[in-house]
Design a protein around this ligand. Structure first.
Ligand code: SF4
Ligand code: F3S
Length: 99
């Protein structure tokens, strides 16, 4: 399955969640994770992430082994709830409001 890596931490763009046909994403306080049991390896989410946080577990670097395990663990953690709609972030000082 695909996994969410450390680039998502304190970032959480959440662009990824709306394209997932399987609703694999779960949200915690600082990042999202993918439920490996639900992921069908479609890779739809990969190009959606602005910081390239999503990688296939087979392509994770040795340094990312921990975050791969974290996805598996946190996908089952209490309090990590499915997220399927992109979050609307509070507008920052540099954001424009073209709607
Ligand atoms: Fe969802 Fe597909 Fe991404 Fe897996 S690879 S998390 S099924 S969008
Ligand atoms: Fe995280 Fe990227 Fe999704 S930053 S929330 S994995 S779009």
């Amino acid at each position: 399955s695909f996994v969410v890596t450390e680039a998502c931490v304190r970032c959480k763009y959440t662009d990824c969640v709306e394209v997932c046909p399987m609703h694999c994403f779960l949200e915690g306080p600082e990042m999202l994770v993918i439920d490996a049991d639900a992921c069908i390896d479609c890779a739809m989410c990969v190009p959606e992430c602005p910081v390239d946080a999503i990688v296939h577990e087979s392509e994770a670097t040795p340094a990312q082994a921990e975050v791969v395990a974290l996805n598996a663990r946190l996908a089952r953690a209490a309090g990590w709830l499915p997220i399927t709609r992109k979050k609307v972030l509070a507008p920052g000082p540099t954001s424009t409001s073209s709607s």
